[in-house]
Each structure stands twice: as C-alpha cells, then as structure tokens.
Write a protein that binds this ligand. Structure first.
Ligand SMILES: CC(C)(COP(=O)(O)OP(=O)(O)OC[C@H]1O[C@@H](n2cnc3c(N)ncnc32)[C@H](O)[C@@H]1OP(=O)(O)O)[C@@H](O)C(=O)NCCC(=O)NCCS
Length: 178
C-alpha cells in the first residue's frame, strides 16, 4: 500500500534533485525551467533554500522513505500571508500512486496553520489536466485564465491558469470531510 511522507529538504538532497531537474518529461511542465542544470547549480539552490525565510521546500518520500519529489511554498509575501505552491513527483514510476495528493494534505496544515499563511496560489500550463484536477480536489479555486502568458524558448506562447486556496475555505472543506 503506497504511503507518503514529507520532510524539509537538506543539502544532502542534491543528488535527489539531479534525478529530475534535467528530465524534459518533468520540467517541460514548468515555466522558467529552460536551462541545463548542473550539480553545482542545485547545490547553490539548496543552500539558498535552507536558509530562506520566504521559501519552505519539503522532500516527498514513499513508504520506503525513498525520495520521489518535492512540495514547496515559494515567494512568501508575509505582509499578505500568501505564498506560491509548487509540486513535482520527479520519479515517473511513482506518479499516479496518490503521492501528490497525500503530500498536499500533509503540507496544507503546515502552511496554513504552522506557518500562518492565509492564501496559497499556484499557476500551471492550461494543458496540465493532472495539476488542475489535483488542486481542485483539495479545494483550490480558479482565480484567472492567463492567455498567452508564457513564452517557450522557441517562441510559442502558452496559456496558464491561476488558482488559489484561502485558509477559511480550506477549514470549511476539512469540516465537510469529517
Ligand atoms: C502533477 C503531478 C504532481 C501529479 O502527481 P501524482 O502523484 O501523479 O498525482 P496523484 O497520483 O496524487 O493523482 C492526482 C490526481 O490526478 C488525477 N489524474 C491523473 N492523471 C490525470 C489526467 N490526465 N487528467 C486529469 N486528472 C488526472 C488522478 O486520478 C488523481 O485524482 P484522484 O485522487 O481524484 O483520483 C505529477 O504528475 C508531476 O510531478 N508532473 C510533472 C510536474 C508537474 O506537472 N508539476 C506541476 C507543474 S505546475
């Protein structure tokens, strides 16, 4: 039976990151992820993240405590208590097993209760049906459809969707599920 855990990333996660950061099948779903990443790039990124007050990144682990991906809150703007949610299951063999949904259910109380955020937002390519379905299933609501928002390196423009979850709506969702 698949199980899912989350824990803060650490500097030792660099080789875990290297398993997916150059995989076009994974990072092709992200905006601003267009260059080849070296181990040194990822080391520097982790060093920044572990000391950041505006980014909280958690490794997602399976039932064997193997790293399968990451779930994060970035770009936290404390005056408005809001941040951007990011999510990846970088190990393709581990996709479709419910890890992303369970990781979200573990992250939401940390972000909205422990960190004290009020609003989590996310954006994704409008073609990313899995992300749309997943975020809607935990209560995220559509805030906007961003036409021709993002330009790929070849010049093609992509539409994106903007979604968000507010703490009061999440609390109501929790009550309904009890
Ligand atoms: C999107 C992603 C995080 C989902 O992770 P996952 O572990 O495979 O997702 P889960 O197994 O938890 O399934 C999530 C839901 O999506 C549904 N789903 C799967 N494929 C789908 C599809 N093509 N269309 C709609 N829904 C789909 C699943 O049925 C499940 O819903 P359910 O719980 O109601 O049955 C993962 O595929 C991924 O990392 N993709 C590449 C990176 C990415 O797109 N990240 C987001 C960029 S903003």
């Amino acid at each position: 039976m698949p199980e899912t855990y989350i824990r803060p990333v650490c500097l030792d996660d660099v080789d875990n990151l290297m398993t997916w950061v150059n995989d076009a099948g994974i990072v092709g779903n992200f905006a601003d992820f267009n260059k080849v990443r070296t181990r040194e790039d990822e080391q520097l990124w982790l060093e920044r993240i572990v000391s950041s007050k505006n980014d909280y990144v958690f490794a997602i682990e399976n039932e064997c405590h193997d790293y399968v991906g990451q779930i994060s809150v970035h770009q936290i703007y404390w005056p408005s208590q809001k941040g951007r949610l990011a999510l990846v299951i970088g190990n393709k063999q581990e996709q479709g097993k419910g890890h992303a949904k369970r990781a979200l259910r573990l992250l939401l109380p940390k972000a909205l209760n422990e960190l004290g955020l009020f609003k989590l937002w996310a954006n994704y390519f409008a073609t990313n049906e899995r992300m749309r379905h997943l975020l809607a299933s935990v209560g995220f609501k559509i805030e906007g459809y961003l036409r021709k928002e993002y330009v790929l390196p070849g010049g093609e423009r992509r539409d994106m969707e903007l979604v968000a979850l507010c703490k009061d709506e999440w609390a109501q969702c929790q009550l309904k599920q009890m």
